[in-house]
Design a protein around this ligand. Structure first.
Ligand SMILES: *[C@@H]1O[C@H](CO)[C@@H](O)[C@H](O)[C@H]1NC(C)=O
Ligand SMILES: *[C@@H]1O[C@H](CO)[C@@H](O)[C@H](O)[C@H]1NC(C)=O
Ligand SMILES: *[C@@H]1O[C@H](CO)[C@@H](O)[C@H](O)[C@H]1NC(C)=O
Ligand SMILES: *[C@@H]1O[C@H](CO)[C@@H](O)[C@H](O)[C@H]1NC(C)=O
Length: 366
């Protein structure tokens, strides 16, 4: 009886008072999210697969439906001959309020790590639509001038549009640690740069962490610019970092609460490689972050390979001294209090020990 009561209360808690990560399981890396009125939209990377860049829709951050793909015809994306791990890299999804237009910007690598070990960094491209629910309405791509990948579009309050990208920066700064962030102001109608590309931000991490800054997202909160970056590479040292400045010319102040998400302090955790985040505010004023993470099947000291790929995770965000903090500063877990859980399909298990299937077994007890 006691056991039954405990079990029931456990179930009730997990169903009503917590949500379960990942929120979008499977191959869904580099999530970028926006909210427009009561609707959330989220996009992820698709690399050498077609169609490119799924667009997910949700009303509550928990139940997500794929409503189409932003790149769905050859005039937008032609992957013929694209190498494995080439194709579509991290996208950013943004909404331009003044023109009621959605923009999705990304980078198409036709070749990565060719035999001379020199990865070319192509120019990024964006597509736009005023009706994100209609997959066919996405425009043909507009290519930008500035080289680099992991592009971000930022619409400033004065009407200017800024593009930031990630580029190998050793040629200008031997201490860049290689990948760093560059910025240019663009004309959103043509994609053309209006200013020269400028070396914008480099990681402050020790050189062997490794020092890499990628996946930038720029925001303005209460008149201050905030820069969110994915640092230290996409493996177990991966983390998200915040900096802020009164000016796009810096200097950048580092958050005392960095890293924003980072499970890599304990490599035995079942969730690793947390990073490449984006942030969104709910209609009730609460804040959330989405980011990628992996579920290595043998996490002890990170030797496990994440067979499920890089998936989309969610955590609540609170603010302290004007700095965002994910999950109260705690590591990311499968169950996180808040929002709601949704019914999960039963787990099906077969050990292939005999000629017949072994039936259904529910390993989560729920
Ligand atoms: C490319 O890198 C690999 C691995 O480090 C090395 O074995 C190979 O010689 C390099 N190729 C060239 C052309 O530098
Ligand atoms: C590291 O994570 C593992 C798996 O969650 C846990 O068992 C262990 O206690 C953690 N170690 C430390 C030092 O927190
Ligand atoms: C992980 O690696 C560290 C450093 O090599 C070692 O001290 C620790 O015992 C290892 N932990 C496990 C659980 O294997
Ligand atoms: C902006 O300022 C308002 C008023 O001081 C405050 O309530 C809010 O939390 C601030 N927002 C951010 C994102 O810092």
């Amino acid at each position: 009886m006691w056991k039954l009561a405990t079990l029931l209360s456990t179930l009730l808690i997990s169903v009503s008072d917590a949500f379960r990560n990942p929120i979008i399981p499977g191959f869904n890396p580099d999530p970028s999210i926006i909210r427009v009125k009561d609707d959330y939209f989220l996009v992820t990377s698709t690399f050498e697969f077609f169609p490119g860049v799924p667009v997910y829709h949700s009303k509550d951050l928990i139940d997500w439906t794929c409503i189409g793909h932003a790149l769905n015809r050859p005039s937008q994306l032609n992957l013929r001959g694209t190498a494995p791990s080439g194709g579509i890299f991290a996208p950013t999804l943004r909404y331009h309020e003044a023109s009621k237009t959605f923009y999705m910007i990304t980078t198409w690598f036709d070749v990565i790590s060719p035999p001379d070990n020199t990865t070319g960094t192509p120019r990024s491209m964006y597509v736009s639509t005023k009706d994100i629910l209609d997959e066919d309405s996405w425009s043909d791509p507009v290519y930008v001038d500035q080289w680099g990948f992991d592009p971000d579009l930022f619409f400033d309050t004065d009407g200017k549009t800024y593009l930031t990208t990630t580029m190998g920066s050793g040629f200008i700064d031997p201490d860049s640690g290689y990948f760093a962030i560059w910025i240019t102001e663009i004309d959103i109608k043509t994609g053309n740069s209006l200013t020269e590309s400028r070396y914008f931000y480099r990681s402050e991490l020790p050189i062997n962490t490794p020092r890499l800054a990628e996946g930038s997202h720029l925001y303005k909160f209460n008149g201050t610019y905030y820069l969110l970056t994915a640092e230290a590479g996409t493996e177990v040292q991966h983390r998200a970092m915040w900096h802020r400045s009164k000016s796009l010319h810096g200097p950048w102040e580092s958050s005392p609460y960095n890293p924003f998400v980072f499970n890599g302090r304990n490599l035995s955790q079942p969730i690793l490689s947390t990073g490449h985040a984006d942030i969104v505010q709910a209609p009730n004023g609460d804040w959330y972050t989405v980011f990628l993470a992996t579920r290595p099947q043998n996490p002890t000291n990170s030797s496990g390979v994440p067979q499920l790929g890089r998936e989309t995770f969610l955590a609540p965000v609170t603010w302290k001294d004007g700095w965002p903090i994910a999950n109260g500063g705690k590591d990311i877990t499968f169950e996180i209090p808040g929002l709601h859980n949704k019914p999960r399909p039963k787990v099906w298990q077969d050990h292939f020990w005999n000629g017949e299937y072994n039936g259904f077994a529910d390993r989560r007890g729920g």
